[in-house]
Design a protein around this ligand. Structure first.
Ligand SMILES: CC(C)(COP(=O)(O)OP(=O)(O)OC[C@H]1O[C@@H](n2cnc3c(N)ncnc32)[C@H](O)[C@@H]1OP(=O)(O)O)[C@@H](O)C(=O)NCCC(=O)NCCS
Length: 230
């Protein structure tokens, strides 16, 4: 867990968040170094550093909807340390911290990144429709700085390019309903459920789904851009 002693890394972390978002061509909820410092002081962050004090990775917790929902946000790994399991370790740590601090909360995330989807999946998150997420305005405000915010707005916050994933502690011990299962995804207001194919581990299928979703959502946006507004 990060503590007040780690505040010296806050500037470097926010710089890397911005640089990485630009490189990926995505927008992000802007985080100031002060906000990162606050998370460290509150004990709501995980940081990885080397023995000689180089910063390696970071992630923090945010609570929404009177602590009924928790998001593990701002995951970032220093480029030179990527690809060796750092993000998986940090996410496992922040997940455990979230469960300890907010045992009743649903833990969720929105992402377009395959790495994060893989990690979330291994932690027990399931893909869900946006209707399963928090309705807390403060959370959704964070999407305003994303390049795809117009898509989210045009879909009345029911869908966008990000995949929503959620860990529900109540579902963890619930009996399995054999009729439900597979991937539940919403597109254009319709709910699709793929029963026969399992999501877990089937990331090729998932990548295909993401491409399809992109073409439908961005295609729909382009078409609506041409529609005259009266
Ligand atoms: C995404 C990021 C956090 C991954 O960090 P990392 O330490 O390299 O990730 P890990 O090594 O723990 O890899 C976790 C899994 O994702 C996979 N993975 C890692 N990078 C990937 C990539 N670019 N594309 C697809 N899969 C990837 C790994 O193979 C691994 O899968 P496995 O468990 O099946 O082997 C890092 O690249 C980063 O900081 N990127 C910029 C910021 C960002 O995108 N944050 C996420 C915002 S939602």
């Amino acid at each position: 867990m990060a503590t007040g002693k780690d505040q010296l890394y806050a500037d470097q972390i926010t710089r890397e968040m911005e640089t990485s978002a630009k490189a990926r061509g995505t927008g992000i909820a802007k985080r100031s170094p002060d906000y990162i410092r606050l998370k460290m002081l509150e004990g709501k962050a995980v940081i990885a550093v080397t023995k000689d004090g180089s910063w390696v990775g970071f992630c923090y917790i945010e609570a929404w909807d009177h602590e009924r929902f928790v998001a593990n946000s701002g995951l970032i790994v220093s480029p030179e340390f990527r690809g060796s399991g750092v993000a998986s370790a940090i996410k496992a740590e922040i997940f455990a911290l979230s469960r300890k601090k907010y045992p009743q909360a649903k833990i969720f995330g929105l992402t377009t990144g395959l790495a994060v989807m893989k990690i979330n999946s291994s932690l027990g998150y399931k893909p869900v429709t946006y209707s399963e997420l928090t309705t807390d305005e403060a959370f959704w405000k964070g999407c305003q700085s994303c390049v795809n915010f117009e898509v989210l707005k045009s879909k009345n916050r029911q869908n966008c390019l990000c995949t929503a994933m959620l860990y529900d502690p109540a579902a963890e011990n619930a009996p399995v309903d054999s009729k439900q299962g597979g991937i539940a995804v919403s597109l254009g207001g319709k709910l699709f459920r793929r029963r026969k194919r399992e999501f877990k581990g089937n990331f090729k299928l998932f990548e295909r789904w993401m491409r399809f979703k992109k073409s439908v959502l961005l295609g729909a946006k382009k078409a609506s851009d041409k529609t005259p507004v009266w």
